[in-house]
Design a protein around this ligand. Structure first.
Ligand code: 5RP
Length: 263
């Protein structure tokens, strides 16, 4: 791995503990104006001090995020389908490597779909992204997207994560599931979990804690942070789990204290 690749990866994954809190804010690329991200900067600004990196699309990056901001960007470079269209998970490449470099991306994020009709298309497009990343020393994060029909179990997520790593991912983002240690063990690159749909804060913190215990190096979490009743308190609590080895209960207590709630 060359110096540039290692340097960018060390911006995404904190070298002090090998963990990361990535803040996913890319939802609009297939969900439109997602609740909480209608005005992206308004939501993101107070969260930035507690995130190790941001994951936006180039549109939100260019139009909503000030270029002076000192935070690494993992740029969403896949898309082309929508929540209302017929082929949600048939994503292709949406950003050229030239533009990703112009935007000073520290990493590229691409969704693959394993086990469905367009598996081959997404995996081959992903391999192109890996080649582009290698050429310029930019790490690639594979997002293991899950179709509506698919079971989020260790067998399926382990298969998708391993395939992503075999093709060339430097990191994998997947969903937490029972037996998650099997997913991590079978994946030779660092794994982060997505938060998924909004769930109660205590449950989201338990999930993050269980994922870390199973070997994940952190989270790439969106809705469970920015749709929280108190997003700043929530990202601080997630950070405590990821970087301070807090238990889920300790983190939830922190969330409540930070939210100014009575016990
Ligand atoms: C789609 C994605 C999302 O756009 C997003 O990054 C997911 O984050 P969360 O589930 O935590 O809201 O990756 O596949």
């Amino acid at each position: 791995m060359d110096w540039g690749m290692k340097n960018r990866l060390s911006r995404i994954i904190r070298p002090q503990d090998g963990h990361t809190v990535m803040l996913a804010i890319d939802h609009g690329y297939f969900l439109g104006p997602t609740t909480g991200l209608e005005n992206p900067w308004k939501t993101i600004e107070p969260l930035v001090p507690y995130a190790d990196c941001l994951m936006p699309t180039r549109g939100v990056l260019r139009s909503c995020i000030p270029p002076e901001l000192d935070i690494p960007i993992v740029l969403r470079v896949s898309g082309g389908t929508s929540i209302v269209g017929p082929e949600l998970l048939h994503e292709g490449i949406t950003v050229s490597i030239d533009d990703a470099i112009r935007l000073n991306a520290s990493g590229l994020a691409f969704s693959i779909l394993v086990g469905a009709e367009y598996e081959r298309d997404t995996l081959l497009a992903f391999s192109e992204i890996c080649d582009m990343g290698e050429e310029y020393g930019i790490p690639v994060l594979a997002v293991t997207a899950v179709g509506r029909e698919m079971v989020r179990d260790a067998k399926y997520l382990g298969l998708a994560s391993r395939i992503a790593a075999e093709i060339g991912a430097h990191m994998v983002k997947t969903y937490y599931c029972e037996g998650f240690e099997k997913v991590v063990e079978g994946c030779p690159v660092p794994v982060v979990i997505a938060g998924g749909k909004k769930i109660p804060e205590r449950d989201a913190l338990q999930m993050a804690h269980a994922a870390l215990q199973a070997g994940a190096i952190g989270v790439d979490m969106g809705r469970n942070i920015f749709q929280s009743e108190n997003p700043v308190a929530m990202i601080k609590a997630v950070r405590a789990v990821v970087h301070e080895n807090a238990t889920a209960e300790e983190a939830y207590e922190l969330f409540k204290t930070e939210s100014g709630q009575q016990r």
